[in-house]
Design a protein. Structure first.
Length: 76
């Protein structure tokens, strides 16, 4: 949206001398938890087959993006 400000918070950790983002929360949405939950759900659907879950992860993310875009378009 034009000029809309959203609160963002993040946590970082220092690993091997470099700072890495550990988690991001945007407007109250915990991105790390969101991905963990999506991954756990996909693992369950794939009967805990890690290789199958990783191989299909791009599709899971693409579907999530499509859903978010559709919801955003519906909110306008």
């Amino acid at each position: 949206s034009k000029g809309t400000v959203y609160p963002v918070s993040y946590t970082m950790t220092n690993l091997a001398g470099g700072w890495k983002v550990r988690n991001v929360i945007i407007n109250g949405i915990n991105i790390g938890k969101l991905f963990r939950d999506q991954f756990a759900d996909t693992m369950q659907k794939n009967r805990n087959d890690l290789e199958k879950t990783i191989a299909g992860w791009g599709e899971v993310v693409a579907k999530a993006k499509e859903t978010a875009k559709a919801e955003e378009a519906g909110a306008k």
